[in-house]
Design a binder for this molecule. Structure first.
Ligand SMILES: [Fe+2]
Ligand SMILES: [Fe+2]
Length: 215
């Protein structure tokens, strides 16, 4: 089966992505400037919550670093150029997520430290199983990869959503602001994947299945 190329080049994120990129670098600068102020982010007003927060940071730090490698494998496995491009773009964004987490560790006066995230390990294993179980070059492969990738994004959305709330509770506005940028990018990616599935891939996969049954 030939690889399909996509004709729709203007997906919703094409513009959204560039907007978020410019605001990212602007806010990143602010975060760097304020790093010392909140280096103290670790105030002792909430020692137990803070410990929990840092543990969660270690978990998502492992997950993001792991994803940089996993996304590269998913990109190779994808059938359509559209999905390959989405994975490539999100790999670059994920590298930025790693950098932001390093900034947040720094704001707490901590060295970045990764702790294995069993959930993300499981989700990426599942994605790799999908690659083994679907036909190379098929649209069904892309349907399955999109679902697997959306499970990953939803895990990240849950994590960053919770961390942003918690940072606000602890009055760590600058930490919340940095993590909020990543949260928004995870949401954008989730929406992009839905868009790709709904506009092209699901339908083409359905036709692919029908063709096989009839012929
Ligand atoms: Fe991420
Ligand atoms: Fe992500």
């Amino acid at each position: 089966m030939a690889k399909q190329t996509n004709k729709k080049s203007s997906s919703p994120t094409a513009s959204g992505r560039s907007n978020s990129k410019s605001s990212v670098s602007k806010r990143t600068t602010t975060a760097n400037k304020n790093a010392n102020v909140s280096g103290s982010a670790g105030n002792q007003n909430h020692p137990l919550l803070e410990k929990f927060f840092i543990d969660e940071l270690k978990d998502i730090y492992w997950a993001e670093k792991h994803l940089v490698k996993a996304l590269a494998r998913l990109k190779k496995a994808a059938t359509t150029e559209e999905l390959q491009q989405a994975f490539e773009d999100h790999t670059a964004a994920t590298e930025e997520h790693v950098t932001r987490l390093e900034q947040v560790f720094e704001m707490f006066g901590k060295k970045p430290q990764a702790k294995k995230c069993e959930a993300m390990d499981g989700l990426t294993r599942e994605a790799e199983e999908i690659v083994d179980e679907t036909e190379d070059g098929s649209m069904t492969r892309d349907v399955a990869l999109i679902i697997a990738a959306q499970k990953v994004e939803h895990y990240e959305i849950a994590t960053y959503g919770g961390l942003v709330q918690l940072a606000n509770t602890m009055n760590l506005g600058e930490v919340a602001e940095i993590l909020e940028q990543t949260l928004q990018e995870e949401k954008d990616t989730d929406q992009l994947l839905t868009y790709i599935a709904e506009n092209d891939i699901n339908l083409e996969a359905e036709m692919e299945g029908a063709g096989k049954e009839n012929g």
